[in-house]
Design a binder for this molecule. Structure first.
Ligand code: GLY
Ligand code: MN
Ligand code: MN
Length: 462
């Protein structure tokens, strides 16, 4: 945990947005994998971590704005828990570490809320994403599960998003740490990958390293020779000479802060000339995008810069043609780049995605208002502010099924050279990804430098 003053200050800032009512926060529970006692790895809810720092299942907290008190609801370990799990810090001790003074048994929350509802004061909560919390909230508040999302408090969502979006000094230390550890692991993978290995052998090394550094993976690693499959979690292929490995993996620190890095490297000692050409196009898009990061710049424009750079580069290779601006406006580049250039990052790898993209990535003035393939997957569009942490992750992905579909429809023939593209059907995909902090002057990459250029990567592979 951070020092208790950090949590006290965060709660004070949040409270100052409200004049009355209560704010109800639910922590996560242990989630059964195949039976109740065999659970998935426990991960606390990120907003709960942000305001309380206590990573323990089955907690809830109430900010009572009217009486100006904050109550933590949870249960102390009983003797059975101690027998099976060993003596741990008591909840009371943890609450003191968090700067809290008031703890009540979890069973009393129900009665507390009933009494509160009778006073007809507002009970504000965030949109729940775990089934257990949906069931609890629906029952406590006497509304249906389907109504919960719209009943969540927009005012509370906006206040939390505003606060969590701007990372404080102690958070930046954690995010730098997450990015540096992730970079070390990427380097180790690039050094150890060999033709003949299974992808899963490398995925296992990533998992092992993340645990040995004292944290965990921030998300399931994408480690694949089929890099065109955007969120590919299959690890059963054997690495072969001539292929590329796309490694998108990052750790979360013990306090829960994420790193999210991608590198693509050749299984052989060197990239083929075709791979090198496309790699450099992706690298140009990355460089132009990261150089444009600054407060006041809309991430939508960063994304369009990266799309236009990709389009120009693919035109130079002969895969695209026509006017670059027109091609991007029409969405023709999405044959090669079907997703967004990046997203916010923090306690979640896609930070605050549970709170709603319209609040985290967009604003009332800049609503996401498109169904265009590619652009509709951009998670972040709004103007950047100092303290934001985000990723830049352009890529080129050659998806045979998409080629066949668009070619059959004669789609964007003025912008896509389908004849040339046929020679790239089995090319797979390339992405590079780093994490950036928005600063007053522009941006700073988080963590240590990780081999990025073709030369740097090939020198590791040799
Ligand atoms: N690791 C998932 C992403 O890059 O968004
Ligand atoms: Mn990412
Ligand atoms: Mn990633």
């Amino acid at each position: 945990m951070f020092d208790k003053e950090v949590y006290i200050k965060r709660r004070k800032i949040l409270k100052s947005n409200f004049d009355s009512g209560i704010l109800l926060f639910l922590g996560n529970e242990d989630s059964p994998m195949n039976y109740a006692d065999n659970t998935y790895h426990f991960r606390q809810d990120s907003t709960f971590l942000y305001y309380f720092g206590i990573s323990e299942p089955a907690l809830a907290a109430v900010f009572d704005i009217d009486s100006d008190e904050i109550i933590l609801f949870g249960n102390e370990m009983g003797i059975d828990d101690i027998v099976w799990m060993g003596r741990q810090k008591t909840l009371k001790e943890k609450s003191v570490d968090s700067g809290l003074t008031h703890v009540q048994p979890l069973g009393e929350l129900d009665e507390y809320l009933i009494q509160y509802k009778q006073k007809k004061r507002a009970i504000r909560f965030l949109p729940p994403y775990r089934p257990e919390n949906k069931i609890k909230l629906a029952s406590w508040l006497d509304i249906s599960i389907t109504e919960l999302k719209s009943a969540a408090s927009v005012k509370l969502i906006k206040a939390v998003v505003a606060q969590r979006s701007k990372k404080s000094a102690e958070e930046i230390v954690e995010l730098d740490k997450a990015a540096s550890i992730s970079a070390d692991i990427h380097l180790m993978v690039m050094q150890q990958a060999k033709p003949g290995m299974y992808e899963r052998e490398l995925a296992a090394k990533i998992q092992e390293a993340a645990l040995s550094y004292g944290g965990n993976l921030a998300y399931a690693a994408i480690l694949t020779v089929r890099g065109e499959i955007l969120h590919n979690h299959y690890h059963g292929n054997i690495l072969k000479e001539g292929q590329m490995v796309l490694n998108d993996s990052g750790v979360e620190t013990a306090l829960g802060y994420a790193g999210d890095l991608t590198r693509t490297f050749p299984v052989s000692k060197k990239f083929s000339s075709k791979q090198k050409d496309v790699y450099n196009v992706v690298l140009d898009a990355y460089t132009n995008a990261k150089n444009a990061l600054a407060p006041g710049i809309r991430y939508l424009d960063i994304h369009l810069t990266s799309c236009k750079t990709l389009t120009q580069g693919l035109k130079d290779i002969g895969l695209m043609r026509g006017n670059v601006d027109d091609a991007v406006e029409a969405g023709a580049h999405a044959m090669f780049f079907q997703c967004g250039t990046g997203h916010m990052m923090g306690l979640d790898v896609h930070d605050m995605e549970d709170l709603g993209e319209q609040y985290v990535g967009y604003t009332d003035d800049l609503k996401k208002n498109t169904t265009q393939f590619g652009l509709k997957s951009l998670r972040l569009g709004k103007a950047l502010e100092t303290g934001y942490v985000l990723t830049v992750e352009p890529g080129v992905y050659i998806i045979p099924e998409l080629i066949d579909r668009w070619k059959a429809e004669n789609k964007f023939v003025e912008f896509i050279n389908y004849e040339k593209l046929d020679q790239f059907r089995d090319f797979t995909g390339i992405r590079v990804e780093d994490d950036f902090l928005i600063t007053e002057k522009g941006s700073r990459m988080l963590g240590k430098h990780l081999a990025l250029s073709v030369d740097e990567i090939e020198s590791i592979r040799n």
